[in-house]
Design a binder for this molecule. Structure first.
Ligand code: ZN
Length: 128
């Protein structure tokens, strides 16, 4: 496997950086031995779960409707609807026509004109 097939993730339990396969869904942190979700997930239809936790990205596609509390690296709401509180280590993006209902804590937030957003915001480095 080449270096290009890997991505860097940071363990949210102990802060250790590691390289994992792009296709990996979860891994065990060599620093603290905790189980860590690292997969990217795309939602294209209605899904309700209590919680999604990953060091990867969550994408809600235009026909997606995700109802979950999220603890992720990046969240992209490309369309559709996302309900639940979001904590993102990096960035939350809400595209035009998309809808997010929930409190957002994130390093960066990008909201397009025409997006709908309902919730409290805590944005800036170090907030997540
Ligand atoms: Zn760790």
């Amino acid at each position: 496997m080449s270096y290009m097939d890997k991505k860097k993730v940071i363990c949210r339990h102990c802060g250790r950086e590691m390289l994992v396969s792009l296709r990996a869904f979860s891994t065990c942190c060599p620093g603290c031995n905790q189980r860590l979700g690292v997969g990217d997930q795309t939602f294209t239809g209605p899904v309700t779960v209590s919680r999604i936790e990953t060091c990867g990205s969550v994408v809600v596609a235009p026909k997606g409707h995700l109802h979950a509390h999220l603890r992720v690296k990046n969240l992209q709401v490309q369309g559709g609807r996302c309900q639940g509180d979001v904590v993102a280590d990096e960035k939350v993006t809400i595209a035009s026509g998309a809808r997010l209902e929930g409190d957002i804590t994130a390093n960066r937030l990008e909201v397009s004109s025409g997006a709908r957003l309902k919730g409290f915001l805590r944005i800036g480095p170090g907030t997540a």
